[in-house]
Design a protein around this ligand. Structure first.
Ligand SMILES: NC(=O)c1ccc[n+]([C@@H]2O[C@H](COP(=O)([O-])OP(=O)(O)OC[C@H]3O[C@@H](n4cnc5c(N)ncnc54)[C@H](O)[C@@H]3O)[C@@H](O)[C@H]2O)c1
Length: 474
């Protein structure tokens, strides 16, 4: 999608999916200030849910960063595009997924039908069989003949898209494609990872998402893993580090085989968007812990009928999802907690996910305290704001030279399992918001955090700052 005065770029892997088309429709609606009919009345476009796009409200600043920090890009002006293995026109896909109101869909459908969908790099073994029949828009021939050719194809796509859309800001590639089964290929370093991709005879289990991520690094784009598969690793993180992608890499380095490559700063963030139930669950457990209660059983049930859930009806992909859904309270060390998650595919309810959670905790004298929560919302309405924020934060952080560790810690609130420099960070929502505030203050020079101040004045090192922050949360 081409917009005048483009600031940042968002490239979505899975642009034809529910998240992808909802994001596109949301941007057109905001750009054109559309309004539409709904059951309760007429509503108009806004960016609610996107912390980077809404103005602050509340006595103490509260949520909302737009206008608080100069240089935070407007999503209205971002260029959005992407890849999909399906050829369904994007307006049609928006209509089919039934996420947005028909009167809004009617107004954006034609423009969306005219948008390009880049063919996707795919490997059928990685996603559910339910997705195979519709995979009619895939990279084939010479470009699909090896992992090296697939990676080079993605790199070319990124470059061509950037030029066509006159993107002069930072580009973030977001994995919003179907959840993959875990990849079995493991590498100890960025060199090993690149050597394997470069080796045309390799038979390693390299997933499409790994190729999209590696291509993003080599093009100087950030990569965000919104799915639950194991795309990110220490080797991948170091590929994104600028110290690795030096312009003068020795000819013995695996990197030199991929020259020219970009040495621009770029981040690698993930894993799996923390959009709805998981985000609420952490807030609820935070509340129970704040009461001094001891959470014992969390039994949660998700009912969902969209295409993402259909893909998860196979064990190989469901396992990847369950790994990240169950592993969300780790750093709180609630060792006696029995946390059960069940997910059910219920086609009738489409994208409007229901989640039902019962929390049982021990109170005074081990008396039980039980509460139930019920949430109902379109899944993509919860998730798209995280895609917007992830890309706008990456753009801001690159422009303000924020370190990869700070970028990961600041954006930890977006993910179920924060990776890289945010590994093991406190899962609590309010703690994570504070981290974001600290990084923003430090990046913008408006810091009132004494640790950040010590760091920026060179009194303490980044390592010491991290140790002090960890100490202050103990
Ligand atoms: N919606 C949410 O609340 C939420 C929350 C957390 C994570 N996620 C994750 O976001 C992703 C997208 O969700 P969705 O509801 O839009 O799913 P979806 O099934 O509607 O869309 C996924 C799209 O990816 C495409 N695709 C699959 N493999 C591809 C490949 N190799 N290259 C290019 N395209 C490919 C599919 O054709 C499909 O159009 C999923 O991984 C999901 O688990 C969603």
């Amino acid at each position: 999608m081409m917009v005048q005065g483009v600031t940042a770029g968002i490239l979505v892997v899975g642009i034809g999916g529910n998240n992808g088309v909802t994001l596109l429709a949301g941007q057109i609606a905001n750009r054109d200030k559309l309004s539409w009919e709904t059951g309760p009345g007429r509503v108009s476009a806004n960016w609610f849910g996107c912390l980077t796009q809404i103005p602050p409200r509340g006595v103490h600043g509260g949520v909302g960063f737009q206008g608080r920090y100069e240089g935070l890009a407007s999503a209205d002006k971002a260029a959005i595009g992407g890849w999909d293995i399906r050829s369904t026109k994007l307006g049609q896909a928006l209509y089919d997924c039934r996420v947005l109101e028909p009167d809004l869909v009617r107004q954006v459908r034609e423009e969306m039908d005219g948008m390009d969908i880049m063919p996707g790099v795919w490997d059928p073994s990685f996603i559910g069989e339910s997705q195979h029949e519709t995979a009619l828009n895939v990279v084939s021939g010479e470009d699909n003949s090896s992992t090296r050719c697939r990676l080079e194809r993605i790199r070319r796509d990124i470059r061509m898209w950037k030029e066509k859309n006159n993107v002069d800001g930072h580009i973030t590639v977001i994995w919003s494609a179907s959840v993959e089964r875990p990849s079995e290929a493991e590498y100890k370093s960025a060199d090993e990872l690149l050597e394997a991709i470069y080796d045309d005879s390799n038979t390693d289990d390299i997933s499409p998402s790994v190729l999209y991520a590696a291509a993003s690094a080599l093009e100087g784009c950030s990569f965000v893993n919104g799915g639950s598969q194991n795309t990110l690793s220490a080797a991948m993180t170091s590929l994104f580090e600028q110290s690795y992608r030096q312009p003068d890499a020795p000819s013995t380095s695996a990197l030199s085989k991929f020259a020219p490559y970009s040495s621009c700063p770029a981040y690698c963030l993930g894993t799996d968007f923390k959009a709805g139930q998981t985000k609420f669950k952490t807030a609820a457990v935070e509340y129970l812990r704040a009461l001094g209660l001891s959470p014992r059983v969390i039994a949660s049930s998700n009912h969902l009928g969209n295409n993402d859930m259909l893909n998860l009806t196979q064990k190989k992909t469901l396992d990847a999802k369950m790994r990240v859904k169950s592993d969300i309270f780790g750093p709180w060390q609630e060792d006696d907690l029995d946390h059960k998650v069940s997910v059910m595919y219920t086609p009738y309810i489409g994208d409007e996910k229901r989640d039902y959670v019962e929390y049982t905790s021990f109170g005074f004298l081990s008396s039980p305290h039980t509460m139930v929560t019920y949430t109902r919302c379109m899944d993509s309405i919860l998730c798209v704001p995280l895609m917007v924020d992830a890309a706008i934060w990456c753009d801001y952080f690159v422009n303000h030279k924020v370190s990869p560790t700070d970028a990961a810690r600041a954006t930890a609130y977006l993910f179920k399992v924060p990776e890289g420099g945010a590994k093991g960070v406190d899962p609590g929502f309010f703690y994570q918001m504070k981290e974001l505030d600290n990084v923003m203050q430090k990046a913008s020079g408006k810091e009132d955090d004494v640790i950040a101040m010590g760091l920026s004045k060179g009194i303490i090192s980044e390592e010491q700052a991290n140790a002090l922050r960890a100490l202050s949360t103990m």
